[in-house]
Write a protein of this length. Structure first.
Length: 394
């Protein structure tokens, strides 16, 4: 079969939430896009990811007409519990900053976006292979083979790399033209899904002498929980009894008891901070996990990705309407400002709540001093609340 040449205004690599949301916003503005994805739609929908949406992310989904299912099937949370020294302390977002977040799994966000793109006739090609992007100084080109084995050459005015943490696009940027910032942490999260009722109205972020634990939720009957573990931990060595014993010693006490049930999924989540800067190389723009990774404490990953595409959309829309490149030129700086705030917040929450292997008595006592300074001061609680619910966008 001969290779077919196709053209579009914006080529997007990656049909995760970032790529699909950008494609949707462009469609609404009358701008054409084609989305190329190597995974199948089913595989993306089955990947368990985080579950907290900032109010700005909720507004973007609802106001742009993706879906209002988040308002019906999601759960609005007005705060979280910080638990340490065996006691829980409520951080009341609505009182402190007048905002809330929604618990709504990323897989649901993906399903809403994929369905909206399908209903609107969007050009989203799942299960592609042999993808290769090039020509960023002029009109970018993406070569790929579709799910039927047909080879294509896609030419576009711009290419957006929204192709996740193992981004193909990111690796096409020459080393001399970018900087990579890395931070590694000496731990990971052991994540489970369990068939159990909710243990608490809100999420519990627990610091204990045995390590961090997070009690989150998915529905009335299925809950999501995590505990800090070694990055090399092997899930096969953990049966239900061992898992629950670990949660109990980190979270239970002073009259609080987790509601337990069968563990239906378990996995180890890697942990690191990463930033690729700038987020632009010629006519290639990076968005979401392709450009940055945050540790999961604070659930910023998906929210940052949605903010990137909101800012990038403004630049592309402005260019196609007026020919002006000024908002495209400021994309990287504007997006990175929020990325670095989120990097700091995720790092801060992580180091405040986790047990650092090898920490001495001073380190442990200092950590409790830090937690006490947050919960005992309205200003301390308000910093956490503003960052967690999402800084106002500029
Ligand atoms: C979830 C994940 C997070 O990283 C977090 O900070 C809060 C909630 C979740 O999967 O529900």
């Amino acid at each position: 079969m001969a290779r077919k040449t196709i053209t579009t205004q914006v080529a997007i690599m990656g049909a995760g939430p970032a790529g699909l949301m950008l494609s949707h916003l462009l469609y609404k503005a009358g701008i054409e896009s084609t989305v190329i994805e190597v995974r199948s739609r089913e595989e993306i929908a089955a990947t368990v990811r985080a579950g907290i949406l900032e109010h700005g992310s909720v507004n973007l989904l609802v106001d742009s007409g993706v879906s209002d299912r988040v308002l019906r099937d999601g759960d609005e949370h007005q705060g979280i519990e910080l638990r340490f020294n065996g006691e829980s302390h409520h951080i009341d977002f609505s009182d402190l900053v007048g905002e809330s977040v929604y618990l709504y799994a990323q897989t649901e966000v993906f399903k809403d976006l994929a369905e909206r793109r399908e209903l609107d006739g969007g050009d989203v090609r799942y299960s592609c292979s042999n993808t290769q992007a090039s020509e960023f100084a002029g009109r970018p080109v993406v070569q790929f083979t579709d799910s039927e084995g047909q080879e294509f050459e896609l030419q576009a005015d711009f290419l957006v790399g929204a192709d996740g943490s193992r981004s193909h696009c990111r690796f096409q940027v020459p080393e001399a033209d970018r900087k990579w910032y890395f931070h590694e942490y000496p731990f990971a999260w052991f994540g489970i899904l369990t068939e159990a009722p909710k243990s608490s109205k809100e999420l519990i972020y627990a610091n204990s002498e045995h390590g961090f634990a997070l009690i989150s939720q998915r529905s009335d009957d299925v809950q999501r929980m995590y505990f800090q573990c070694d990055p090399k931990e092997n899930v096969g060595e953990w049966d239900d009894d061992r898992i629950w014993a670990e949660f109990r010693r980190r979270v239970n006490g002073n009259g609080f008891e987790l509601k337990e049930g069968p563990v239906i999924d378990k996995m180890v989540l890697p942990f690191r901070s990463f930033v690729h800067a700038p987020m632009r190389h010629g006519n290639l723009f990076l968005a979401g996990d392709a450009a940055h990774t945050v540790p999961p404490t604070g659930a910023k990953g998906l929210n940052l990705a949605l903010n990137d595409v909101k800012v990038l959309f403004e630049g592309l829309d402005n260019y196609f309407k007026s020919g002006s490149t000024s908002l495209l030129d400021s994309y990287s700086d504007r997006a990175l400002e929020r990325v670095w705030k989120a990097q700091h917040f995720s790092y801060w929450m992580t180091t405040m709540l986790h047990h650092v292997p090898g920490a001495d008595e001073f380190g442990r006592a200092r950590q409790l001093g830090e937690l006490n300074s947050v919960i005992s001061s309205r200003h301390g609680r308000a910093y956490l609340a503003e960052a967690y619910t999402g800084w106002p966008s500029k």
